[in-house]
Write a protein that binds this ligand. Structure first.
Ligand code: HAM
Length: 424
């Protein structure tokens, strides 16, 4: 059997890339408005970065990483990045950005890799647009990130969005809550799903957002995180909500929203677009005040989010919100005869030098077949050059929309076409 693309990956062919450019351009424009600058970090990092950054008990680290030997040092491996936050923090530290600016606002767009079971909206190579705002613990920064993601989705035309917010506490209040959770679920341990049984002592908070019906039933009456926050976390969350209200953003409180990465502290949020079905989380993020220190940097509170580009595209497609691709006016140069081919090449080149989209066919095909191709590529103008016309220093210019044609001198044709195209 012929070799096929790896499971859970996609070929982005020219016919769909226009949609990607459209979204990426909208993202870049909006990020500029909010003062975020683009960064690009390597697509693979030392495995230890993700072990320490994302957390050893998370699904990502336990079963979804693509790791391979570095080939340089024994016992050292690299991992294809499963997400962008750990890499952004590594770059922030390695380039000593913390010493140069007090607040850093970065965004990135690029492929991420997770070895998960592929399904609609869940891939093994997918793309994220992510934002990281480092150096401030101000609740307005959390609200700024949430506003940015909501504005982006609105600007792209999506309605009926739901952003769920929660506070997941901090190292001051979480350990006691963790103990309460273990005490609550321990007597029901055998009834929990297999995954939650394994989470009970390692990461009991994740039981709260398990999608299994039986685990949700068992969680009825569980002590709520919101009742167990320390004063600082409560106060911070209160202000985040006030800032969101001041910005006119609607949100839903979800006290069970936990998120699958260990670095979160205080605010956590997720944007759901329910028409997408089971993979309805279009974006997710939150605050990670301890991550920079965890990776051996100075204390640096931070907040951010990432959006799944494929899920966003699916949502836009579903709602018919992807704009028609604009066709540029283009020219096709038909050449009949060997001399004519050289002249056609000269004209095509001159047009391209003037940034007019121009093409020709150099293998000496018939007039009919060259015109067929001109139609296929939707050429607006066709220049026809035969050896006879050439001897007279002329070419034929055909307007494809009206089928009218006229004779133009060789000396004038490039300027004439450039004026027609640029004058539009
Ligand atoms: P995450 O929730 O793991 O967070 O991923 C963010 C988004 O990426 C998800 O909401 C989803 O849209 C998309 N996504 C995740 N996995 C897949 C997949 N297998 N296929 C398609 N799309 C997927 C993070 O990655 C954090 N780094 C976000 C963050 C940034 N938090 C703070 N700063």
């Amino acid at each position: 059997m012929a070799i096929q693309k790896p499971r859970g990956t996609q070929d982005l062919l020219p016919s769909v890339l226009g949609n990607w450019y459209y979204i990426e351009n909208t993202i870049r424009r909006l990020c500029k408005t909010y003062g975020f600058e683009e960064v690009r970090t390597p697509m693979f990092e030392e495995t230890g970065l993700f072990l320490r950054g994302i957390g050893e008990t998370t699904d990502i680290v336990q079963k979804e990483m693509y790791s391979f030997p570095t080939g340089d040092k024994k016992d050292q491996s690299y991992t294809l990045r499963p997400e962008g936050t750990a890499s952004a923090v590594r770059a922030y530290l390695e380039n000593k950005i913390y010493g140069q600016e007090s607040i850093t606002k970065w965004f990135y767009i690029g492929p991420m890799f997770r070895h998960d079971k592929p399904q609609a909206g869940r891939y093994r190579q997918f793309h994220q647009f992510g934002v990281e705002l480092l150096g401030t613990q101000a609740p307005s920064a959390d609200a700024e990130c949430i506003s940015l993601v909501l504005q982006l989705l609105r600007d792209l035309g999506l309605k009926d969005l739901n952003v769920e917010v929660n506070s997941v506490g901090c190292p001051t209040c979480r350990p006691a809550y963790r103990e309460k959770l273990i005490a609550f679920f321990e007597p029901k341990k055998e009834e929990l799903c297999e995954l939650c049984q394994s989470r009970l002592y390692k990461n009991p908070l994740r039981i709260l957002d398990c999608k299994e019906e039986k685990c949700q039933q068992l969680a009825v009456g569980v002590p709520e995180l919101s009742d167990n926050l320390c004063e600082e976390c409560q106060d911070h969350f209160h202000h985040v909500k006030e800032y969101l209200t001041a910005a006119g953003e609607k949100f839903t409180l979800n006290p069970r929203l936990v998120r699958g990465l260990d670095y979160y502290t205080k605010t956590a949020f997720e944007v759901q677009y329910t028409p997408l079905g089971s993979q309805s989380a279009v974006a997710g993020g939150g605050r990670y005040d301890g991550l920079v220190e965890e990776l051996d940097g100075p204390h640096t509170p931070a907040v951010g989010f990432a959006m799944g580009m494929e899920r966003l595209l699916l949502a836009l497609e579903k709602q018919g919100l992807l704009p028609e691709q604009q066709q540029e006016d283009s020219v096709f140069v038909v050449a009949l005869g060997e001399m004519a081919q050289k002249e056609a090449f000269r004209i095509t080149n001159a047009l391209r030098n003037a940034y007019v989209k121009a093409e020709m066919e150099g293998s000496g095909k018939s007039m009919k077949s060259q015109m067929k191709y001109a139609n296929k590529i939707n050429a607006k103008y066709v220049i026809i050059i035969g050896d006879n016309e050439l001897a007279e220093g002329k070419v034929i210019l055909k307007y494809m929309d009206t089928s009218e044609q006229e004779t133009v001198s060789l000396a004038e044709i490039t300027n004439r076409i450039t004026e027609l195209v640029k004058g539009n």
